[in-house]
Design a protein around this ligand. Structure first.
Ligand SMILES: [Zn+2]
Length: 183
């Protein structure tokens, strides 16, 4: 069951103006809502009152606005799309699907929101969570991600990290994702 605070978030999200992608009208009605608890999203099937077109909107449940403190001390808003893109890049040409990356990002975001006491997280925290998750998902993507995130400059940097990978991770994609513990 959704708890009351999430009801409020969803309520505010639903007040956002939705434009019909066909005629740009803001006059639409919700025909059907389907919450996806695991991914913390709600899919709404809408019907445009202007042109009759049907379209789907996806609303993400966001519990908090997180601020990321970078290594150089600068801050920036947590950007889940940027996180998705960096993981997708690490998974390029690997047997990892977009919805697996989406689940991984949702899981990381939920953990950050839960573990942060004051709405701030460090980029090191985010990087570590992504690394841990990718090691379980796909070891090659893990190596790629870590090499960028830790700014590897020498071959020996790769050797060190490869030596830390448990041998049972060596045979390709494992694809076991932690469930988001939202409710
Ligand atoms: Zn329309």
């Amino acid at each position: 069951m959704l708890n009351s605070s999430l009801h409020i978030d969803v309520f505010f999200l639903s007040l956002r103006i939705m434009r019909c992608p066909y005629c740009n009208s803001t006059d639409s009605r919700v025909a059907d809502s389907r919450p996806d608890i695991e991914d913390a999203i709600i899919r709404r099937r809408r019907v445009c009152n202007q042109c009759g077109a049907k379209f789907t909107t996806v609303e993400r449940i966001q519990m908090r606005d997180l601020i990321v403190i970078k290594n150089n001390g600068k801050t920036e808003p947590f950007d889940r799309d940027k996180l998705f893109r960096s993981i997708k890049l690490a998974c390029r040409n690997r047997d990892v699907k977009d919805d697996q990356i989406e689940k991984l990002v949702a899981s990381i975001q939920r953990r950050l929101e839960t573990e942060s006491a004051d709405d701030t997280v460090t980029s090191a925290q985010v990087g570590q969570m992504v690394s841990d998750s990718l090691l379980n998902l796909d070891p090659i993507a893990f190596i790629r991600f870590v090499s960028v995130y830790r700014k590897f400059s020498k071959v020996s940097d790769f050797k060190k990290i490869i030596n830390q990978i448990p041998e049972d991770k060596d045979d390709a994609v494992v694809c076991k994702l932690p469930k988001t513990s939202l409710f």
